[in-house]
Design a protein around this ligand. Structure first.
Ligand code: SAH
Length: 262
């Protein structure tokens, strides 16, 4: 199963840092709740260190792998023949689950760090189909996703992910367990769909949160000036607070208040 390092070209442009430690791989996979989903989709399986545990622990016919590197695709097909028809050569950012008729699936992966934020936005785009996600991120990004109001790392990703998911920082992973060794530490976090998601206009929420955090230290009445033409703008609650102080729930309320005045 091992692919010798010298026979394989590591592609920096695809952010390839392969996990070497099997215990960590097992620990990541075991964090999935293994509920009755249509599928588990692994993003960037690489040499398949997570994949082997996934196939052991989950119904193997429901494991889908999405990998961008052609060379890794042939490696994976050779090593996981059982999954041959479910190994997809594709850029995850261009993948649309609707095309495969997947409407209830979990996501797992040691994500390519350079595009992790974009991966999250792609997950959020299809969040209604994705009840759960376990992912390895750069530690700093993992902290941002799991922070709460008033904390240093609280920002756009914290609010947007936590609107739809309960998030949990699971554990930190040191650099030395990868080859090549990256410059930064990593961390594994989980997203589980909230029992109750307050309904609001998703596009408007994204716009409010992004605009508010562009000037995170300004009061919302100033940072959200773009909306001040709407009727009774100044009666909206929270305008004297700053983005960094506003909870996820308050952001949702704020969005609703803007929505009804438009
Ligand atoms: N999961 C493996 C590899 C992690 S490295 C492990 O833990 O060892 C990141 C992986 O994501 C690489 O295999 C890389 O080729 C793949 N990748 C990078 N960009 C991608 C994209 N846009 N879509 C799908 N896979 C991608």
């Amino acid at each position: 199963m091992q692919m010798h390092k010298s026979t394989f070209k590591i592609r920096k442009k695809f952010d390839q840092y392969f996990l070497k430690d099997k215990n960590i791989a097992k620990k990541i996979v075991k964090n999935l709740s293994f509920q009755n989903y249509d599928a588990v989709v692994e993003i960037g399986p690489g040499l398949g260190i997570l994949t082997q545990y996934l196939l052991n622990l989950y119904c193997r016919h429901q494991v889908f792998l999405i990998e961008i590197d052609r060379e890794l695709i042939s490696f994976l097909k050779k090593n996981f023949p059982i999954s041959k028809n479910r190994i997809i050569h594709k850029d995850f950012l261009k993948w649309n689950p609707e095309e495969m008729n997947l409407h209830n699936f979990a996501i797992i992966g040691n994500f390519p760090y350079g595009i992790s934020s974009q991966i999250i936005f792609h997950i959020l785009k299809y969040n209604q189909y994705i009840p759960e996600c376990i992912g390895m991120f750069q530690k700093e990004l993992a902290k941002r996703i799991t922070s709460h109001e008033g904390e240093k790392n609280y920002g756009i990703l914290s609010v947007l992910v936590q609107t739809f998911y309960d998030v949990k920082y699971l554990f930190t992973v040191k650099k030395q367990v990868f080859f090549p060794i990256p410059n930064v530490k990593s961390a594994v976090i989980s997203f589980k769909k909230k029992n109750e998601i307050l309904s609001c206009n998703k596009d408007l929420l994204f716009k409010c949160v992004k605009t508010a955090f562009n000037q995170r230290r300004k009061k919302l009445k100033n940072s959200l000036k773009l909306f001040n033409h709407i009727s009774n703008f100044y009666q909206i609650p929270f305008l004297n607070k700053r983005a960094e102080e506003l909870s996820v729930k308050e952001f949702l309320q704020l969005t609703k208040e803007i929505e009804i005045r438009r």
